[in-house]
Design a protein around this ligand. Structure first.
Ligand code: PGA
Length: 259
């Protein structure tokens, strides 16, 4: 079975409202030539722009508007939080869970992230679950151990049926926003390792069907080599997703057999 390919933009806490709608319009005028049922685009936008951007993107094929975080409860006394029900009610389709900036700056741990993933799935939101090691962990040869713990504690409580809907993003923390991407070989090794963990926990059909994206300084000039790797199914792109030209160029870098 052929896995879907996904090119995703994570805008983080950037752009004014005007810039965000402008960027969306620019992407909309170009992305369709490079997408199909198997090649999708996701835009992870700031919460307060999500309603407008879902409206602008309504009925656009193979394009998913998402947000960068959510809380796991449906409603209640959780001041400042956003629930999956609220997201669904404005047409949001997908959500990043466990980005390393949430893990480190906002102290989100695997136990909390496991609840968020489950809740996203219960509300039909596609969770894009992020994992990745720090530079220190890599230098101490702890990469696989860290990734295994993050995947096990964050995802392996899911049933087979639930797990099938998950997207994973491998984002080495040392590569995020640093201009230092993982080499295609380094990334491929971890992606294959993640797929193997899934196979051992669930089965090989599921392992082969789950898209695993790479994130961390992906840019037009390194995307082709990264996206060529057999277990890299797309990208989660921060900095380079803020310019439509770069983002579309990365989308164009997917191996031609997919487009
Ligand atoms: P970057 O960010 O592309 O700016 O490194 C990626 C991410 O954090 O998702």
């Amino acid at each position: 079975m052929k896995r879907p390919k996904i090119i995703a933009g994570n805008w983080k806490m950037n752009l004014s409202f005007e810039e965000a709608t402008q960027l969306t319009q620019e992407i909309l005028t170009q992305y369709q030539s490079y997408t199909n049922e198997q090649v999708k685009v996701m835009l992870f936008v700031p919460f307060i722009y999500a309603q407008k951007i879902t409206e602008i993107c309504a009925n656009k094929p193979n394009l998913y508007v998402g947000v960068q975080n959510m809380y796991y409860q449906k409603s209640g006394a959780f001041t400042g939080e956003i629930s999956p029900v609220m997201l669904k009610s404005i047409g949001v389709k997908t959500v990043i869970i466990g980005h390393s900036e949430r893990r480190t700056l906002f102290y989100e741990d695997n136990a909390l992230l496991a609840k968020k993933v489950k809740s996203a799935l219960e509300h039909n939101l596609i969770p894009v679950f992020c994992v990745g090691e720090t530079l220190q962990e890599r230098e101490h040869n702890k990469t696989k151990e860290i990734i295994q713990t993050q995947i096990k504690e964050g995802l392996f409580h899911l049933s087979k049926e639930e797990f099938k809907e998950v997207v994973i993003a491998y984002e080495p923390v040392w590569a995020i926003g640093t201009g230092k991407n993982a080499s295609p070989e380094q990334a491929q090794e971890v992606h294959a390792y993640i797929r193997n963990l899934i196979q051992m926990q669930y089965n090989s059909d599921i392992a082969q069907a789950i898209p695993i994206l790479y994130g961390g300084s992906m840019k037009p000039d390194n995307a082709t080599e990264l996206l060529k790797q057999p277990d890299i199914d797309g990208g989660l792109i921060g900095g380079a997703s803020l310019k439509s030209k770069d983002f579309i160029q990365i989308l164009q870098s997917l191996p031609q057999s997919n487009v």
